[in-house]
Write a protein that binds this ligand. Structure first.
Ligand code: DO4
Ligand code: MG
Length: 291
């Protein structure tokens, strides 16, 4: 999605040659509906639609991108990477580890899935992430997002930030919804890479950078090859006995955790990059103006 003015957003397709073609849909869900009606694959429909039309005279870099899909629900997976299991153990136990629920869920057949966000709470590129006023330990969680249709088919890949409060979850895992979901605690974007164009989805590099007063204060990277579970397995559990809206986003868990003494501050900038999908960049703001 790109903005033409403050009120108007348009859906567009970007080709390998970086040309941007406007698409005749208001939302990504409308695009999914059309594919279903025409019984066409997602890529085929895009290819047919852009035949004979002129690309925009602006490059992707010149456009102001916005939330690529306003999903009714964003779900998330937890403890799908060793790095996340170890971080959860640290925040709940400090340096006195015992066998925890996080250890158990990492190896259990059933994955941890939770509702992360809803359409009114999710933000797109460049919109502000808000800190929780009752938490002193908040970090970004850079994650690969699966965009699925109503049948659970993986339509495409995007980037999600499952921003989380480590002190609230660390105090008691039953506080998980409060550690995960509040106003502007989830960002998604900047684009959706169609699954049909990806040879190996278990080879996405994820890079996270955090800037403070213009200086980079954190950078780390990881690869989806380290994921403990398959995407299909995560989607299958989400679909079980559930209502899943076309265009639901399922985040696949974090593989990058900043050092334990790090917390996001008002004014920071979080950048999450997955090559071929783009960079999801969001400023961080205190929810209420500081006194
Ligand atoms: O158990 C808490 C959730 C962990 C999580 O969000 C993640 O692993 O990404
Ligand atoms: Mg997460």
């Amino acid at each position: 999605n790109y903005r033409t003015d403050a009120q108007t957003e348009k859906l567009a397709a970007v080709t390998i040659s970086s040309k941007v073609y406007p698409l005749p849909f208001r939302t990504f869900q409308d695009f999914l509906k059309k594919c279903e009606e025409e019984k066409m694959s997602y890529l085929t429909l895009v290819q047919e639609l852009i035949i004979g039309i002129e690309p925009l005279d602006k490059s992707l870099e010149e456009l102001t991108l916005s939330l690529p899909i306003n999903a009714y629900e964003v779900w998330a997976s937890g403890v799908t990477y060793l790095r996340s299991r170890d971080a959860r153990n640290y925040e709940s136990q400090g340096n006195e580890p015992t066998v925890s629920y996080y250890d158990k869920v990492y190896v259990a057949e059933r994955p941890e899935l939770f509702l992360k966000s809803t359409d009114r709470r999710t933000i797109g590129p460049n919109d502000p992430l808000y800190l929780r006023s009752d938490s002193n330990w908040i970090i970004p969680e850079p994650e690969l997002g699966l965009v699925i249709d109503g049948n659970g088919t993986i339509v495409g890949y995007t980037i999600g930030n499952d921003m989380s409060s480590r002190d609230i979850e660390g105090e008691n895992p039953l506080y998980l919804p409060q550690a995960k979901m509040w106003k502007h605690s989830c960002s998604v974007g900047p684009a959706i890479l169609l699954a049909e164009t990806v040879d190996n989805p278990y080879d996405f590099e994820i890079i996270c950078r955090i800037f403070r007063e213009g200086e980079k204060v954190f950078e780390d990277s990881a690869n989806t090859s380290q994921l403990k579970r398959s995407y299909e397995e995560l989607v299958e559990y989400l679909m079980r006995d559930n209502i899943v809206f076309p265009g639901t986003v399922l985040l696949t868990g974090t593989c990058i955790v900043p050092p334990n003494d790090f917390t996001l501050n008002d004014g920071d900038l979080v950048e999450i990059e997955i090559p071929r999908i783009g960079k999801l960049i969001n400023p961080v703001k205190a929810q209420l103006p500081l006194e």
